[in-house]
Ligand binder design. Structure first.
Ligand SMILES: CC(=O)N[C@H]1[C@@H](OP(=O)(O)OP(=O)(O)OC[C@H]2O[C@@H](n3ccc(=O)[nH]c3=O)[C@H](O)[C@@H]2O)O[C@H](CO)[C@@H](O)[C@@H]1O
Ligand SMILES: C=C(OP(=O)(O)O)C(=O)O
Length: 429
C-alpha cells in the first residue's frame, strides 16, 4: 500500500514539461488494432491505464514494445478478439477496443468495463451506435458479443455528446462500408487527436472537433508514426497547483487554447495566466477570490476532470464559490475529505457551495478516484501541517511521476510504502 505524505506551505516555482495525454493515447492505442502494419506512438505517458491497454493488446496477440515514451505495436499477430474480463474491469477505457476489433475482424467479445466510481457510466450510446452501423449485439451475463461481416455507414445522432461513444463510433466507421455521420458528437481536443491519428492511418474523416463528424469508410488502414498531444488535464492540475501555493510556474508542452475555460476561471480568482505559444505561465501574488459560477460541461466548457482540483483551490478563496457538476452524478466524493482538512463546503444535489477558509489543515485523507486524489494532494500542498493521502493508485492512473513533478517545483511531498509494521520512504521530499 502506498501513500503520499505532504508537508504544506511551500510555494511552487520553476518550469515543467507536461506529458502526453492519457485520454488521447488510450483510444489511439486501441485504434492501432485496425492497421495492417506496425505503428509507433510517441509521448505515450507511463501510467497504469496505459499499461493495462498494452496488456490487453498483448493478450490479443499483438506484439508490443515500449522504449521510454514510445510505444510500438504490431497488430499482425492478433489471434483473438476476446478481451479478458480481468483486464476489461481494470479501467473504463477498455471499451475502446470494441469498435476497432469489430470493424477490423468482424467480431468482438468483451465484458462491461470497470473504472473510477464517479457515476453509473452506462455504455448504451456505444452499443446503439454500433447497432446503427449494422452490428448484431448480444448483451448477456455481463458480457457483450458483437458481430458484423462488414459494418455499414449510417447516420447516428447521439443523445448526448459522449466522448467515448464518439471515439468508438468514429473508429468503427473508419473501416465501415460507405458514409457515417455522427451528430451531437463530442468536441473534446482528444477527438481531434484521434481523428488526426486515424487520418494518418488512411481514414477519411471531416469535422472532428465540431458537433457533426463525417467519416467515409475505407477498406484498410496502414501503420504510421504519431505523437500524442499534451495532457490538458495534467496541465490544468499543475496550473491549479501553482495557484493554490501562491506560486510562479511555467508549463511547457501545452495548448493554451484547450485550457481556455480553466484559464478564465483562474483569472476570475485573481491568478495571472500568461500564454506564449506552447507555454503557459501561472503566477499568484495576492489573495484568491471566490468564483461565483463554475459549471462543468462538455468541451469547450469547464472540464469535469478539473472540477475537484478547482474546488480545492476555492476552499481557501475569499467568499463563496458555487461549483456545479453536470456530467457525472457522483463526482463530489472529495468533498468529505476536503472537509476533514477544514474546508467549509455544503452540497445541494449537484452543486457545491464552498465558503473559503483562512487555512486548510493537514489530515489523513483518501483518494476516492483519480481527480479527487489530485485535488486532495493540491489541498495538502496549501494546508498547514502534514497531509497523508491514501489510496494513491487512483492518481497513478492519470499522472506520470505526480509527486516527482511537484517536488521538482519545490513541493515537500514523498511517496511512502507500507510493508507490515514499517513504512519505507520511496524518495525524499
Ligand atoms: C478516457 C477518457 O477520455 N475519459 C474521459 C471521457 O470519459 P467518457 O468517455 O467515459 O465520458 P462520456 O463523455 O462518455 O460521459 C459523459 C456522460 O455521458 C454518459 N454516458 C456516456 C456514454 C453512454 O453510452 N451513455 C451515457 O449515458 C456518462 O454516464 C456521463 O454522464 O470523458 C469524460 C467527460 O469529459 C472525462 O471525464 C473522462 O476523463
Ligand atoms: C474519469 C477519468 O478517466 P476515465 O474515463 O478513464 O475513468 C479522468 O481521466 O478523470
Amino acid at each position: 500500500m502506498e501513500r503520499l505524505v505532504i508537508e504544506g506551505g511551500k510555494r511552487l516555482t520553476g518550469s515543467i514539461r507536461v506529458h502526453g495525454s492519457k485520454n488521447a493515447a488510450l483510444p489511439i492505442l486501441a485504434a492501432v488494432v485496425m492497421a495492417k502494419g506496425e505503428t509507433e506512438i510517441h509521448d505515450v505517458p507511463n501510467l497504469d491505464d496505459i499499461s493495462v491497454m498494452l496488456d490487453i493488446l498483448r493478450s490479443l496477440g499483438a506484439r508490443v514494445t515500449r522504449v521510454g515514451s514510445t510505444v510500438t505495436v504490431d497488430p499482425s499477430s492478433i489471434h483473438t478478439t476476446d478481451v479478458p474480463e480481468y483486464l476489461m474491469r481494470l479501467m473504463r477505457s477498455s471499451i475502446f477496443l470494441m469498435g476497432p476489433l469489430l470493424a477490423r475482424f468482424g467480431t468482438v467479445r468483451i465484458s462491461k468495463p470497470g473504472g473510477c466510481s464517479i457515476g453509473t457510466r452506462p455504455i448504451d450510446l456505444h452499443l446503439k451506435g454500433l447497432e446503427r452501423l449494422g452490428a448484431k449485439i448480444i448483451d448477456k451475463h455481463g458480457f457483450i458479443e458483437c458481430n458484423a461481416t462488414r459494418l455499414q455507414g449510417a447516420t447516428i445522432f447521439l443523445d448526448l455528446p459522449s466522448v467515448g461513444a464518439t471515439e468508438n463510433l468514429m473508429m468503427a466507421a473508419a473501416l465501415a462500408h460507405g458514409e457515417t455521420v455522427i451528430g451531437n458528437a463530442a468536441r473534446e481536443p482528444e477527438i481531434r487527436d484521434l481523428a488526426a491519428f486515424l487520418t494518418q492511418l488512411g481514414a477519411k474523416i471531416e469535422g472532428a472537433g465540431d458537433d457533426t463528424i463525417v467519416i467515409e469508410g475505407v477498406s484498410e488502414l496502414q501503420g504510421t508514426s504519431y505523437r500524442v498531444s499534451p495532457d490538458r488535464i495534467v496541465a490544468g492540475t499543475l496550473m491549479i497547483a501553482a495557484a493554490i501555493t501562491e506560486g510562479h510556474v511555467q508549463l511547457r508542452n501545452v495548448r493554451p487554447f484547450d485550457l481556455a475555460a480553466v484559464t478564465m476561471k483562474l483569472r476570475e480568482a485573481g491568478v495571472q495566466v500568461t500564454p506564449l505559444h506552447d507555454i503557459l505561465e501561472i503566477k499568484r501574488s495576492g489573495p484568491l477570490a471566490a468564483v461565483e459560477r463554475v459549471q462543468t460541461s462538455p468541451y469547450p466548457g469547464f472540464p469535469t476532470d478539473l472540477q475537484a482540483p478547482f474546488m480545492s483551490l476555492m476552499t481557501i478563496a475569499e467568499g463563496v464559490s458555487v461549483i456545479s457538476e453536470t456530467i457525472f452524478e457522483d463526482r463530489f466524493q472529495h468533498v468529505s475529505e476536503l472537509q476533514r482538512m477544514g474546508a467549509s463546503i455544503k452540497v445541494d444535489f449537484r452543486t457545491a457551495f464552498v465558503r473559503g477558509v483562512k487555512e486548510l489543515t493537514g489530515a489523513v485523507v483518501e483518494a476516492t478516484d483519480l481527480r479527487a486524489g489530485a485535488a486532495l494532494a493540491l489541498a495538502g500542498l496549501a494546508a498547514e501541517g502534514t497531509t497523508v493521502l491514501e489510496r494513491i493508485h487512483h492518481i497513478d492512473r492519470g499522472y506520470e511521476g505526480f509527486e516527482v513533478q511537484l517536488r521538482e517545483l519545490g513541493a515537500k511531498i514523498r511517496r511512502v510504502r507500507e510493508t507490515g509494521k514499517d513504512s519505507i520512504a520511496l524518495a525524499d521530499g
